[in-house]
Design a protein around this ligand. Structure first.
Ligand code: FEO
Length: 179
């Protein structure tokens, strides 16, 4: 049997699905870089707990990316290491950081949903099933981002407000660690 035929038989991923999954790899890789940059900014500004929360989050996003890498390659595709550039390094405020996180996670959810929709449409039930983990994860991540952002309205940023918000972010981080 020729090599090309063997490859064709081993592949269980359709080209379009592989392309979408590689786009998702890029999104998760960018998320990791984005949150690492935010963590560093928070660290520099003295928001220790926010920094801890974001360092962990950056690591989690890298794991999300790797999970996709393995899935694509095990299905006979080719996972592509994304080019990542243009990561923003400076932010105007702690609140802005958390607003950007929520905005970003909403975009990630849309992207996940489009893969789920596509895989169902082409009857790729393996990918459909694999993506359910991401659907659940996104629900948790969006909820967490909203809860973090609510702290700014509930506590307020005046006086010791930002310090208190940073403490509460630490508690939120502890509560969700290991999830
Ligand atoms: Fe892996 Fe927060 O998206």
């Amino acid at each position: 049997m020729k090599n090309k035929e063997i490859v064709t038989l081993q592949r269980s991923l359709l080209h379009d699905t592989e392309k979408l999954l590689n786009q998702q790899i890029e999104m998760e890789g960018k998320s990791s870089a984005y949150y690492l940059s935010m963590a560093s900014w928070c660290d520099m500004m003295g928001y220790d707990n926010a920094a801890g929360y974001l360092y962990t989050h950056a690591e989690e996003e890298r794991q999300h990316m790797l999970k996709l890498f393995h899935y694509i390659n095990e299905a006979g595709g080719h996972a592509i290491q994304p080019e990542i550039s243009g990561v923003r390094q400076h932010f105007n405020s702690l609140r802005e950081v958390f607003e950007l996180i929520l905005e970003h996670e909403i975009q990630v959810t849309k992207s996940i949903n489009s893969i789920v929709d596509h895989s169902f449409g082409v009857k790729d039930f393996a990918t459909f099933s694999f993506m359910q983990w991401y659907v659940t994860e996104q629900r948790e991540e969006e909820t967490l981002a909203r809860r973090a952002l609510e702290l700014f309205d509930i506590i307020g940023e005046e006086g010791v407000g930002l310090w208190t918000i940073d403490q509460e972010l630490g508690k939120l981080h502890e509560k969700t660690a290991g999830n």
